[in-house]
Design a protein around this ligand. Structure first.
Ligand code: SF4
Length: 359
């Protein structure tokens, strides 16, 4: 008979001791979970909004957005009726704006149906709802015993089972761990179990330096026994692509030149940004002639982008397609993408204070 490998033995042991694992996790969650507004006053709507906001975003970033959103758009009906520009403005700075548009369409779909879906399978049919979000909503709001598997849960399960498989990416790992995650979900209170797993990943089983001594499921953890839990999960390293970009700061008669991203764009549709030098019609040979106002480095997916913002003379005549002049006293009223909002505020406040912002 074949002896199970370490990975299979870890999964097997976890499943054999499933009841103990569930109990330890749930007891910890009931005593230690952070008091979050969508947990304090739960409703289907607050669960859906919080799950959309929490995709790729940390709780502390979401909290003020969630409070403002619930105050202004308290239910599906209000959200469905809201103009798209208001929805986008409320989301400004939270990033991944397709989430806001999908949430808006989802509310309209719920209103059209007359009642919301109840199962994870039916939630998958709604705009912007992937397997993780569908499982979160169905388990938390409707008690369906389905597992949520995201990066946090993958990390916990890879460590509990000391699974050293190298996965191509997070999605492949999530698929691989879905069966074991599903078998660990209890029939009773599956929503609390899923939230407890998320909480454990966010507060204890951290990517770097997990807090193993205070972990409620340490007794079930094969990676903790190896002494090197950070070695799990193993994801293939991706090549980082370096990119440099010059953005133009052009002012004319108290207005700033901005680029409005086309409505059909995959990212940032209908948001404003400082134009790239190319969009503003600056010739490549002239890039270095603009006075440097600021330099920022940020990561978008596999790209590491260095963006220099330089002052250029305002182009004459009508703005090129996609560009518009926005009066400086109306800048706060339009919707800018998050980093551009910060950069514009920083440059304007430095200019009012008579200083150049630090590059
Ligand atoms: S014991 Fe450590 S590695 Fe294992 S699940 Fe807990 S925090 Fe994560």
């Amino acid at each position: 008979m074949r002896t199970p490998g370490r990975k299979e033995a870890g999964a097997l042991s976890l499943e054999v001791h499933r009841a103990d694992f569930q109990k330890a996790l749930l007891t910890w969650y009931r005593h230690q979970a952070r008091a979050l507004p969508w947990r304090e006053s739960p409703s289907l709507y607050s669960t859906v909004v919080s799950e959309f906001m929490l995709q790729q975003t940390q709780v502390k970033t979401v909290l003020p957005y969630f409070a403002r959103w619930i105050a202004e758009l308290p239910d599906f009906a209000e959200l469905a009726r809201a103009p798209a520009a208001r929805v986008l403005k409320l989301w400004e700075g939270l990033g991944y704006y397709a989430r806001a548009r999908n949430l808006h369409r989802l509310a309209q779909a719920v209103q059209e149906r007359g009642s919301p879906p109840r199962t994870a399978q039916d939630w998958r049919e709604m705009p912007g709802v992937g397997p993780y979000t569908a499982a979160a909503i169905a388990s938390i709001a409707f008690g369906e015993p389905v597992a949520c598997v995201d990066g946090n849960v993958v990390r916990i399960l890879a460590r509990l089972t000391a699974d050293g498989t190298e996965f191509r990416d997070g999605a492949t790992a999530a698929k691989a761990f879905s069966p074991v995650a599903g078998r660990l979900v209890p029939a009773h209170n599956p929503g609390d179990h899923n939230q407890a797993m998320m909480e454990l990943g966010a507060t204890v089983c951290l990517r770097r330096a997990p807090h193993c001594p205070s972990c409620p499921v340490r007794g079930h953890c094969a990676a903790a026994r190896t002494g090197n839990p950070e070695a799990y999960p193993r994801l293939a390293q991706k090549e980082v692509i370096l990119q440099e970009l010059t953005r133009a700061w052009c002012e004319r008669s108290g207005s700033l030149l901005l680029h409005r991203v086309p409505s059909g764009a995959r990212r940032l549709a209908d948001l404003h940004e400082l134009p790239t030098a190319a969009q503003a019609g600056i010739r490549p040979q002239a890039l270095e002639t603009g006075r440097l106002l600021a330099k920022h480095v940020r990561g978008i997916a596999r790209h590491r982008i260095t963006e220099s913002i330089r002052v250029f003379a305002a182009p004459g005549g009508r703005p090129r397609p996609g560009l518009c002049w926005v009066p400086l006293d109306q800048i706060e009223a339009i919707t800018l993408s998050g980093p551009h909002r910060r950069w514009v505020r920083e440059i304007l406040s430095a200019s009012r204070a008579g200083q150049a912002p630090s590059a």
